[in-house]
Design a protein around this ligand. Structure first.
Ligand code: F0G
Length: 472
């Protein structure tokens, strides 16, 4: 296994670091704020980093979604936009690239990932059916539930343990999956929902062997397997790095084999594919495609634009090709690891191994004095912003929402604060500043008192919920 980072490579070869495989052509100035300004901004935002204005943020690690820097080729692609209502040439370019790289027969553009999740959930779930998956994702599970489905978590136990060093913590537990199918019978299972990588587990990959075995199990039961391909290229990088037999294979070959195990996939192109907006849904089955093709017109737009401008489809087609480049992935994941190693050196508790898109601070170990109902991860996100203007995101009890049947909070084992790294946007110096701020907050950890929720929206509450500080 090789885990090259700028630092470990430096040690190995006597300070011969690698650098990003691009140079900067245009810059966007950042705003620095004073602590007083941040205290005011945080209170106005109800201690929810989603409600901050981006102008009040210094280094924005809220998400890697739609926040990447496009290449000069992608920007040039925008000018090739064919803004016809129907049959835009950019659609055919996108269709060709998705077919070639991901390997599915039928391709439908959607405005972003959740547009595709909505359509596949509507078309493939009958009310009352189960949808087993490798850990929930917020929007994915909600669309499954809104379609009448019931999500069942079948990820391996190690995924719920932030300290487990398992190299493929995104894997499905085949025993749990078999049990989930046997419990209701295959006819009551809509499909298996496989995400690669697994966002809520810490950007953890799924092994090729696991995908193959899950496929075989699904096949035996006649159950369909659909893939959330949002960060598949990052998953392919981990397979190349860690899985015996894949060292010499290209990212594109690995991605194509992985996709081949699924009957279709949905995509938030705002991540891997290096664009600010966009997504798609792709399937092999002709009948299912016909239904989706009809639904897309109702909810997104005609099947040759699906809610996207021609120019954005062009940028996406180019971004997909760039996303499969090995030098890109090595630098992207290398930067995430660089930040993770700094924090580990300083004893800050994070999810290990470091995943593909973010560092996840383990708020339970960070703030052992706070019960989960005092929102430790939300508290940590607020404290980090107050310290330095770095914006992060809660991925714990607030994100998990409520059980639709009992109305009680879901209480996830993982209570995490995510430092999500946009692709090709920040430098190593930014990572140093972030790490130093996390360290400063860690040094003051005993002072934290937690938050209480004072406003709670019905769906996906973490986006718009408001909080107030708890006092002694
Ligand atoms: N699937 C995964 C694994 C995701 O991470 C996301 C979005 C989606 C689906 C939905 O896609 O946002 O384009 O509608 N994740 C973002 C995040 C929001 O910050 O992790 P979308």
């Amino acid at each position: 296994m090789t885990t090259d980072t700028p630092r470990t490579m430096g040690q190995q070869f006597g300070r011969r670091s690698w650098a990003e495989p691009w140079k900067i052509k245009m810059v966007e100035p950042l705003n620095m704020t004073t602590r007083d300004q941040r205290v005011r901004a945080m209170a106005e935002a109800g201690y929810n980093t989603f409600l901050l204005r981006s102008e009040d943020v210094y280094i924005d690690l809220l998400t890697d979604s739609g926040t990447s820097a496009m290449s000069d080729r992608q920007w040039a692609g925008l000018l090739l936009g064919d803004e016809a209502y129907a049959g835009s040439r950019n659609f055919y370019h996108l269709e060709e690239v998705v077919r070639r790289i991901y390997g599915y027969r039928h391709v439908l553009p959607t405005h972003q990932g959740r547009g595709a999740e909505h359509l596949i959930s509507r078309a493939a779930i009958q009310p009352g059916q189960r949808v087993p998956g490798n850990m929930y994702f917020t929007t994915t599970r909600l669309h499954q539930e809104l379609a009448g489905g019931h999500f069942v978590d079948v990820i391996i136990d190690e995924a719920h343990d932030p300290a487990s060093q398992h190299l493929f913590k995104g894997n499905i537990d085949l025993g749990k999956l078999e049990q989930a199918i046997q419990a209701v019978g295959p006819a009551q299972v809509a499909y298996v929902s496989l995400a690669a990588t697994v966002n809520m587990a810490g950007g953890q990959p799924v092994s090729m062997a696991n995908a193959r075995e899950v496929r075989a199990l699904c096949h035996r039961h006649g159950v369909r397997l659909f893939l959330d391909a949002t960060r598949l290229m990052e998953n392919a990088f981990f397979i190349q790095e860690r899985e015996p037999g894949y060292e010499g294979r290209s990212i594109a070959e690995i991605a194509a084999e992985f996709c081949g195990y699924a009957d279709g996939a949905w995509m938030s192109a705002k991540k891997d594919s290096l664009v600010n907006i966009g997504g798609w849904l792709a399937v092999n089955d002709d009948e299912l495609y016909q239904e989706l093709c009809n639904l897309v017109v109702v909810y997104e737009g005609l099947h040759t634009y699906g809610g996207m401008a021609g120019r954005d489809m062009e940028a996406m087609a180019i971004g997909i090709e760039e996303s499969a480049r090995e030098d890109h992935l090595r630098s992207r994941i290398g930067q995430v690891r660089y930040l993770g190693e700094l924090l580990l050196d300083w004893g800050v508790p994070i999810v290990q191994p470091v995943g593909g898109h973010a560092i996840f601070l383990d708020a339970r170990r960070f703030y052992p004095q706070l019960p989960q109902d005092a929102f430790p991860a939300q508290t940590l996100a607020a404290e980090l912003y107050l310290d330095s203007g770095v914006r992060s995101m809660e991925r714990g009890i607030a994100s998990a929402g409520r059980d639709p049947k009992t109305g009680d909070h879901h209480r996830p084992a993982l209570e995490l604060t995510r430092l999500t790294i946009p692709r090709r946007v920040y430098t190593q110096a930014h990572m140093d500043v972030v790490a130093e701020s996390v360290k400063a907050v860690y040094d003051r950890r005993e002072e934290a008192r937690g938050l209480r929720m004072v406003f709670e929206p019905k769906y996906l509450r973490f986006f718009q919920a408001r909080f107030e500080p708890l006092c002694d």
